[in-house]
Design a protein around this ligand. Structure first.
Ligand SMILES: [Zn+2]
Length: 292
């Protein structure tokens, strides 16, 4: 019998991921058994001329159910994926599947000369500075995981030019970009043996937690690298009742959070809430927590 990772309830409803109205979703990609086939072809056979076609065809179905806890709202996509699968996916296949490789190269190049921050990053930054009880200062150490564009690190750097934000991101396309901004890309995945215990004042986690296999352990590891009483910022999609009734395709997510389940999960890992904010119209949940 399944038990909810967050509240231990065994009362679930089953839904289909990326297919909330039980329609066929030919463009929905990811996380079926086809993933293993693509991974094999990609690594062992190297059929590059077939690669893109394969990826687009094989990922066109989603086969696994999502178990949604009726007690706290936390939901899990029940796949057989392991850490290796995910690492392969994000390192090698994610942008290729989405046809983004070239665009991402251009984006990284353009982003260097563009000082206009996306509104979401600005809003996130305001949320952090409003709700952190301590003021951010020049010598604060930061880590942004799954950073991509690294908007929060950029805003920190803009405010405190002497800071040297640290970055974890699997994608090599950003390397030059990070270097030019004075960021240190210290690892491509988290947790990493390169990280020291209790060494960060703030960890940024924007739309990352829903992608990891085990959010429970992931948050434990985050807590271990945070200095006592310092901060974790995170944002995840808001997956309340309305979310499951929507007819939409979303990203390759493994966990789905409600306000209640996110609070419970963080508290169970030894975090105290400074603030949580949900925006149903834009579909996100934003939180600042402090390590105990
Ligand atoms: Zn639950």
């Amino acid at each position: 019998m399944h038990h909810c990772l967050v509240c231990a309830s065994s009362d679930f409803k089953i839904t289909r991921y990326g297919n909330h109205l039980n329609k066929v979703r030919p463009r929905f990609l990811f996380l079926s058994y086809g993933f293993k086939i693509v991974d094999f072809l990609y690594r062992k056979v190297g059929l590059s001329f077939l690669k893109k076609t394969w990826l687009r065809l094989v990922f066109c179905r989603n086969s696994a159910p999502v178990l949604c806890c009726n007690a706290c709202g936390f939901a899990r996509y029940e796949t057989s994926l392991n850490e290796h699968d995910l690492s392969t996916y994000y390192n090698e296949l994610y942008h290729l599947i989405r046809g983004r490789k070239t665009r991402l190269d251009q984006l990284a190049h353009l982003a260097l000369s563009n000082t206009d921050m996306p509104q979401r990053c600005i809003d996130q930054w305001q949320f952090i500075t409003q709700h952190s009880q301590l003021s951010l200062t020049e010598d604060w150490s930061s880590l942004e995981i799954g950073a991509g564009y690294a908007g929060l690190s950029r805003l920190l750097k803009t405010q405190f030019p002497k800071s040297s934000p640290q970055i974890i991101d699997p994608n090599t396309v950003w390397k030059t970009y990070y270097r030019a901004l004075g960021f240190h890309q210290i690892a491509d995945s988290f947790p990493s043996a390169l990280l020291k215990k209790s060494s960060y004042d703030i960890v940024f986690l924007s739309h990352v937690l829903e992608h990891v296999i085990d959010p429970y352990t992931f948050l434990q590891e985050i807590k271990s690298i945070l200095i006592e009483k310092r901060f974790l910022f995170l944002e995840v999609p808001l997956c309340d009742t309305d979310y499951w009734n929507q007819d939409k395709i979303d990203g390759p997510h493994l966990s789905f959070f409600t306000e209640k389940s996110l609070i419970s999960l963080l508290q169970s890992q030894g975090f105290t809430f400074c603030s949580i904010y949900s925006d149903p119209s834009q579909g996100f949940l934003r939180a600042l927590a402090q390590s105990n």
